[in-house]
Design a protein around this ligand. Sequence first.
Ligand code: ADP
Length: 440
Amino acid sequence: MYNKEIETLPLDKLRKLQNERLTNLVERVYTKVPFYKKQFDEAGLKTSDIKGVLDLHKIPFTKKTDLRDNYPFDMFAVPMDDVVRIHASSGTTGRPTVVGYNSHDLGVFDEVVARSLVAGGATSKMKMHNAYGYGLFTGGLGIHSGATKLGMAVVPISGGMTERQLMLLQDFQPEVICCTPSYAQTLGEEMQKRGITHDDINLKYAILGAEPWTEAIRTQVEGLLNVTATNIYGLSEIIGPGVSQEDYEEKGTGSYIWEDHFYPEIVDRDTGEPLPYGKEGVLVFTTLTKEALPIMRYWTNDICSIDYDSGAKRTHIKMSSIKGRSDDMLIIRGVNLFHTQVEALLEGMEHLAPCYQLIVTREGTMDRVKLNIEITKELQDNIDGDLANNDTIKNLTGKLSKKIKDNIGLSMKVELMACDTIPRSAGGKLSRIVDCRELG
Ligand code: ADP
């Protein structure tokens, strides 16, 4: 274990620590973040009403839209002078969700990632092939910095360029790989195609996350890469990867939530009422120690259950794998995508009707998105013959694909369609998303 004292802290002591941290947090957010002062005042809540985690249910939720409404920095609880890093992830429209860290927060981030890596099987003596994307996403830098803290030799390869990744896996002989489960599948399959065998690499542990995956994917990746694969979970609003992690000797029993830093609740997706341990609902987190962007009761939209595991090595609560989302966020190759982001890009583009559908499929291990969008009646009336061979249509298609790639960072096939050709449901409703992927 990376921090045995904390990771095995008896529950009564853990609760005491959480309660102290929570009361301190409540004072801080009330005095430093106008959003929380307003939220408390409107709910008729005084900071003294929150004496511990059992009072948390009195506090309203914070949602992704609240971060967007306070874009970019109005949720920060420290002056910008104190902030040392800013990350961002996709929001529901063009605007990303912005998160900030001061040095104390980066210390917490390193600590929870280091704990996670050790739980996943890594040690300071090993080399880590970090194929999470570096950049605005928290994945790459977050894992990198925690692995450095642990004392690993980190190879910051980032995502993509599979050929190069395969070369370095053979030449550098890293014992640990971190990436999305789908990229681990891709690497494994590409290895097979090229005749690279288990003897050519030295991987032992794969720590995989940033998107939902299943036991079937685990079995496949473990076979392809000759590793023990564990789950790492996180979200930028709470800190990034390392909010929870599965232990390599307790696979399939859930991922430990580092609850001395992130207090979890499961609530009913419709009523918001807290649910008992073991029941599935929306996962909600309160960041007990973060300073630059403390968050109270963050509604993650991720559906899972939480429970203590008395037979486990650590005392912290475990969460099940993520069963789905309570909003319509898609995760495509580890990138968050809301259909509203695409919709926002349609504004100001001539000849396109607001009738569109995103079709998500999985080809092999790769998620693909296709945008079907109808043209306006006016344009259609001016076109003779086949849409596919028309120059205006071809131009428009190219323009829209490029706009999507430039703004969202995802390549997707775009098809312009005749009016009223995208199927509507019986009530005339057009589903914005058709997800045909079958996990596993
Ligand atoms: P990241 O940049 O690490 O993807 P984001 O904040 O952009 O972080 O996205 C976080 C979301 O990604 C989570 O709310 C969850 O839906 C999904 N996610 C992250 N890790 C996992 C995981 N291990 N299993 C399932 N979903 C995950």
